[in-house]
Design a binder for this molecule. Structure first.
Ligand SMILES: [Mn+2]
Length: 396
């Protein structure tokens, strides 16, 4: 390769940040059951501790996404505790996530509920997120709307679109100029006939209706099986509407598997679209990379460290694509040469360079090994085992 491999990877990793989800450290599961883990975080302090440890090991996770209902159940009153934990653990509050799927009132929808009083309750919850984000200096409010219906003819899809537009417009009006509203889509589940914000087109139109600070959030697990996610990314980049990602991998539906565990090449192709756009325009893209995984089988700390390292490795591979050469080969329609140019970056073993980057930053060379040797897992297992016995898990 003609490129300065080490230089390219180091430069890419210097700017690569990925946000940790607070819910990824707590006991969660599937709708069929939960396997409780003795080391799972049982409160906000433990979630921050865990996130701080992951950041210390990887140097790439300065923020933690918070879930309003689970992490700040008392709303603004809990802000002081979050601030205290942030400075203690060295990780700032990241995106603020509302919850529209747990309350009984939301059986027929939240922002799209035919009952105006329930729509108002949902909007107030979203506005609380804006206020809390403002207090915490969090930039992004990231709503995922599970709203939908199960049987044809039972809801007016058009009326519900209008209710969503109104709610997002009001939310946008309440935001400060530096805040962003990231609208996340998902094709199905928990509802199985129609979902109100089912795909990127619907999220895009709602974001456009809301205002200029509203963008689209792509959760990699929220697509149908054969969907070309990097093409969606290309369109959103072209439209200036890509706000962020929720990263995870999947085999069937929204499986919450470890990033890159099923299809690392897809993650590479997504990162390539972004880097290619940056190379062409000469301007960095302001995209929030976030992890959205709840591990039911793997140890939560181990899985999170493994995910961050995987993200770094695949991002490093994407940094090795010879963009100038690829561009010429694309122009000339040299198919095999272009594909080989693209693919050869993916097949490079970047791990030694990622290690050298870690060394240069004073970080541990092997974060997973360092975690294992630190005694942290044993310590939290001992401290939290009793609290986790018979604990009630939330679904995420
Ligand atoms: Mn998500």
């Amino acid at each position: 390769m003609a490129l300065d491999m080490e230089g390219s990877v180091w430069q890419a990793l210097d700017q690569f940040r990925i946000e940790l989800p607070s819910w990824g450290f707590a006991n969660t599961g599937t709708r069929f059951g939960k396997f409780m883990q003795p080391a799972a975080a049982t409160n906000l302090a433990e979630k921050f501790n865990d996130a701080g440890m992951v950041n210390q090991l990887t140097g790439a996770c300065p923020t933690v996404a918070l879930h309003l209902l689970w992490d700040l159940p008392n709303g603004l009153k809990d802000v002081a505790q979050v601030q205290e934990l942030s400075s203690k653990c060295g990780v700032a509050a990241g995106s603020i996530n509302p919850n529209f799927f747990q309350s009984q009132e939301y059986k027929f929808g939240a922002l799209g509920n035919p009952d105006a009083a329930i729509r108002k309750q949902a909007l107030d919850h979203l506005l609380d997120c804006v206020a809390i984000a403002h207090k915490l200096n969090s930039r992004d409010i990231a709503p995922w709307l599970p709203d939908g219906s199960n049987y044809p003819g039972t809801q007016s899809m058009r009326h519900r679109i209008a209710w969503f537009e109104q709610a997002f417009k009001k939310t946008h009006a309440a935001m400060s100029p530096s805040q962003r509203l990231l609208i996340e889509y998902k094709p199905f589940e928990p509802f199985f006939y129609h979902t109100d914000v089912a795909d990127w087109g619907m999220a895009l139109l709602l974001a456009k209706a809301a205002g200029p600070q509203a963008l689209v959030l792509v959760d990699t697990g929220h697509h149908y099986q054969t969907q070309n996610i990097e093409q969606i990314v290309a369109w959103l980049l072209r439209a200036g509407m890509l706000g962020g990602f929720h990263f995870n991998d999947r085999r069937y539906a929204d499986d919450d598997l470890t990033l890159g565990s099923i299809d690392p090449y897809q993650v590479f192709r997504i990162f390539h679209e972004i880097r290619n756009y940056e190379w062409e325009t000469g301007a960095p893209v302001d995209v929030a990379y976030m992890i959205d995984q709840s591990h039911n089988m793997k140890g939560k700390m181990e899985a999170m460290v493994q995910t961050v390292c995987t993200a770094q490795e695949i991002y490093a591979k994407a940094a090795l694509v010879d963009q100038a050469r690829l561009s010429v080969l694309q122009e000339e329609c040299k198919l095999v040469e272009a594909e080989e140019c693209f693919r050869s970056a993916f097949w490079q073993d970047v791990r030694p360079i990622v290690k050298s980057w870690r060394r240069s930053k004073g970080l541990v060379e092997d974060p997973l090994l360092a975690l294992r040797e630190s005694g942290y897992i044993e310590q939290i297992t001992k401290e939290r085992a009793a609290a986790n016995q018979g604990a009630v898990a939330s679904y995420a």
